[in-house]
Every structure is written in C-alpha cells, then in structure tokens.
Write a protein that binds this ligand. Structure first.
Ligand code: MN
Length: 225
C-alpha cells in the first residue's frame, strides 16, 4: 500500500491491488498542491467534512471517475443531489468496503459546504487497509477521547493537523500523539495559508524528544506503508 501527500489534508492511498482512495482532495485552489484535480483518479473519495479546503474538487473528480464518496449522511445527500455516488455513514459507524474498513470518529470542528448548505458533523476517519490502521483526524481541536481511539485501535499512522489558528497547533498536536500513541505521526494542515504557517520539523523534534516517531511528508511525496 502507498500513501501520497498532496499538502493540506489531502492524501491518496493506493492499495496493494491498485484501488485508489483520495482523502479531502483540495487540489485546484490549493496553492501548495503539486497536482490538479485532472491529474488524479479515484475509486473512492473519503471526506472528513464539507469546508472548501476539504470537499475541494470532490464533485469534479467524482463525476469524471464515477468515484464512490464516503462521508457523513448529510454531506452524502448534498453530493447525491449534485449527481455524485455516495456511501453515507456516520460517527461511530464502520463499514467493510472492498478495499478495507472505514470507521468515522468524532472531530471537534464545524462543517458546511462552500455554497452554505448544511453538511452534518465533521469527522475523523479510521482506515483499516492492507493490514494497517490509519487515523486521519480531520480538522479538530485536541480532545481527550483521542485516548479512547488509541485504546480501541492500534494506530500505525496518525495524520493530524498542526497548523494552529483553525485546528490544533504543535503543542496540542504533540499531546494528541501521546493520547493515540501511533507508530508514526504525519503532520498535515499547515503552511497552506498565511494563518497556518508553522515549522513541521519543530513538531517532529518535539515528538522525538518524548520518544515518538514522526514523518514529515513533502508535497507530492509517496511512501510505502
Ligand atoms: Mn481545513
């Protein structure tokens, strides 16, 4: 399985049998993404919430690739009304897809579509694929129930925001990693806009000082999980 980072909260997972899964594909209007929406394909698109920097180019990609979009119910209804294929789920629920299992968790945040439609609650995403557990926290502040998420799931890779202003900043993100105790933490949601400018290597240094592993992914970098 491969994990590719497009910057912000946008990732691509390619499974061992070649299925392509995008998470929060904010590409065309993302000043830091090395690719545009026409450059990617998706069998599935998983959304943490509906803000423009996460919903991104989902409708465009979904139409072109006939992607199944996996998200909370209210957002799924919005996407179905736009002619997309959606699998609706909700927080606390898991479902076995042909590529693996997806479970939605809480995230402390907001959610509405760029055209001001109600989009339900924001979520975090636990992906169990090819024998690994990946926890994409979505946009969120720090919350103590992350400890429970870590107790219930052996997380191999935790993808979490560190950019501050809209989400956790570095000190809270370090605490989040302590709560979840993943094998490796991967920072996201930073340096896309002036308000969220931070140094990811400061995050890495702080984690390493307490014995935790961190991988800072470059924009466009793909790693084997
Ligand atoms: Mn965001």
């Amino acid at each position: 399985m491969k994990l590719k980072y497009f910057s912000h909260a946008a990732f691509q997972i390619t499974t061992d049998d070649g299925k392509i899964i995008l998470i929060d594909p904010f590409l065309d209007d993302n000043p830091t993404s090395p690719v545009k929406s026409d450059d990617v394909n998706a069998d599935y698109i998983i959304l943490s919430h509906a803000h423009g920097d996460h919903l991104g180019d989902t409708v465009k990609i979904g139409h072109r690739c006939n992607s199944t979009i996996i998200c909370v119910h209210e957002l799924a209804d919005y996407l179905i009304a736009k002619g997309c294929i959606a699998h609706n789920m909700h927080i606390g629920g898991g479902y076995n897809f042909d590529f693996g299992r997806i479970k939605f968790t809480i995230a402390h945040y907001g959610s509405k579509t760029p055209d001001d439609q109600y989009a339900g609650e924001p979520a975090g995403i636990i992906l169990s694929i090819c024998g690994k557990n990946i926890y994409h926290t979505g946009d969120t502040g720090l919350f103590y129930d992350m400890k429970l998420i870590g107790e219930l799931n052996k997380i191999d890779y935790m993808l979490l925001p560190i950019g501050d202003n809209y989400t956790m900043g570095i000190p809270d993100a370090v605490r989040a990693v302590e709560f979840v105790n993943p094998a490796i933490a991967i920072p996201m949601h930073y340096n896309t806009f002036p308000e969220i400018r931070v140094n990811p290597y400061e995050f890495k240094k702080k984690l390493e000082a307490i014995g935790k592993k961190c991988k800072v992914m470059e924009y466009g970098e793909e790693i084997e999980l």
